[in-house]
Design a protein. Structure first.
Length: 96
């Protein structure tokens, strides 16, 4: 949890569901190959208070996700930051 990983890619799926919201993105690695990454956020209830809904992210959107990677090394992050295409942080309502 102490090391933060940041990846930029294209949204392929956005699941605004309980118990945790999931974001799936395709990321090009250093070799130009596409890697599938998953980011997990807090509950939809909490994010909805920050203005999120099922249409906040759409397939094709470019975003950067930042968080703690799974211990196994899988391409899965517990997210603490989501940046839009312009690099601006999206409100995650953390600390409500």
């Amino acid at each position: 949890m102490e090391k933060s990983v940041s990846v930029k890619g294209t949204v392929t799926n956005f699941q605004f569901v309980n118990p945790h919201v999931l974001i799936f993105i395709d990321v090009k690695n250093d070799k130009g190959q596409v890697e599938k990454w998953q980011g997990e956020l807090t509950s939809p209830n909490r994010l909805s208070r920050a203005g999120w809904n099922h249409a906040t992210l759409k397939p094709g959107d470019t975003i950067t996700i930042v968080g703690s990677q799974a211990r196994s090394g899988a391409h899965s992050l517990w997210l603490n930051k989501v940046l839009d295409a312009d690099g601006q942080p999206m409100n995650l309502a953390m600390g409500d």
